[in-house]
Design a protein around this ligand. Structure first.
Ligand SMILES: Nc1ncnc2c1ncn2[C@@H]1O[C@H](COP(=O)(O)OP(=O)(O)OP(=O)(O)O)[C@@H](O)[C@H]1O
Ligand SMILES: [Mg+2]
Length: 273
């Protein structure tokens, strides 16, 4: 794999890079994420960090977007806002058409639980809890009975190919398997969007591509995905790449004909080879 991204400037998005221009894609019912001139400041004692400096973006249902950019460029800040883990200091964030930018913490938590699955670099699984129970955790807040919760968790584990590891504890699984449990947990409430902040950051390159295979499968089933990665080899599996610099989106490009992770895996040596 040469890792080179085949990119094409997204003509509909080109105007997006000007200072405060609103997103330019025609708004349709298929927009899942729309940010309008988002700024984010962090106050740290006397200092104020201007982490996002006017971010306008639109993501349609069924997209698979990779977010790249140097350390400190604002990727996680952006993802945390998209994931309703944090709010913008100014600007608007519309999630499936609903302006959530001014929602309080309780309302954000509710929306997050219904609409968003989040996967982190560290898998954040509970150690003394099986794969199935870890997957089931987010359903505890949903108003469904125990049998239905168990069924949803079982289905989610099947989606990531881990049916045979349901009773394993995290310490009994590989890093890739643990991350797949984390993906199953993120999917269990049937969100419309999967957000992942460096999901392959702790994985070897073969295992990382296995996770991309899972993401492409889920995307094929219609799930919208936004994923932060530092690695061009991983970003190439997405259909679109946003590049952040100094708190702004500096590039927005479509990946022409992304490779299939399942095919790439056939050509990659495993750790045992
Ligand atoms: N909770 C916080 N309090 C204060 N400053 C913060 C906080 N979180 C992030 N920052 C600052 O905001 C800027 C953007 O940080 P962010 O975490 O979004 O970057 P990033 O692109 O995700 O970087 P990395 O690739 O290292 O994960 C940085 O200057 C960072 O120091
Ligand atoms: Mg980050």
């Amino acid at each position: 794999m040469d890792g080179a991204l085949i990119l094409q400037k997204n003509p509909m998005q080109a105007a997006n890079q000007s200072e405060t221009a609103p997103p330019t894609r025609a708004s349709t019912g298929n927009v899942v994420i729309r940010t309008e001139d988002i700024h984010k400041y962090y106050e740290l004692g006397e200092t104020r960090v201007h982490a996002l400096r006017g971010v306008s973006a639109e993501i349609q249902r069924g997209e698979f977007v990779a977010v790249m950019g140097a350390s400190g460029s604002g990727k996680s800040t952006f993802m945390n806002i998209l994931g309703c883990l944090d709010r913008p200091s100014s600007g608007r964030y519309l999630l499936e058409g609903i302006d959530v930018s001014q929602h309080d913490k309780r309302k954000l938590a509710l929306i997050r639980n219904q609409k968003i699955g989040f996967v982190f670099q560290g898998f954040n699984l509970l150690a003394r809890t099986t794969a199935l129970e870890n997957t089931e955790l987010p359903t505890l807040y949903a108003k469904i009975d125990k049998a239905e919760r168990r069924k949803r968790a079982t289905d989610a584990l099947a989606l990531v190919g881990l049916t045979d590891r349901a009773e394993h504890f995290p310490s009994q699984m590989s890093g890739g398997q643990q991350q797949r449990v984390a993906v199953a947990r993120a999917l269990v409430n049937r969100p419309s969007i999967l957000l992942a902040d460096e999901p392959t950051g702790n994985l070897d390159s073969h295992t990382a591509v296995e996770i991309m295979e899972v993401f492409q499968d889920l995307n094929d089933r219609g799930l919208s995905i936004v994923m932060v990665t530092h690695e061009p080899d991983i970003a190439q599996f997405a259909k679109r790449v946003l590049v952040f610099r100094d708190g702004k989106i500096r590039k927005d490009e479509t990946v022409l004909d992304p490779p299939r992770a399942a095919e790439v895996l056939k050509t990659m040596p495993t750790l045992e080879d």
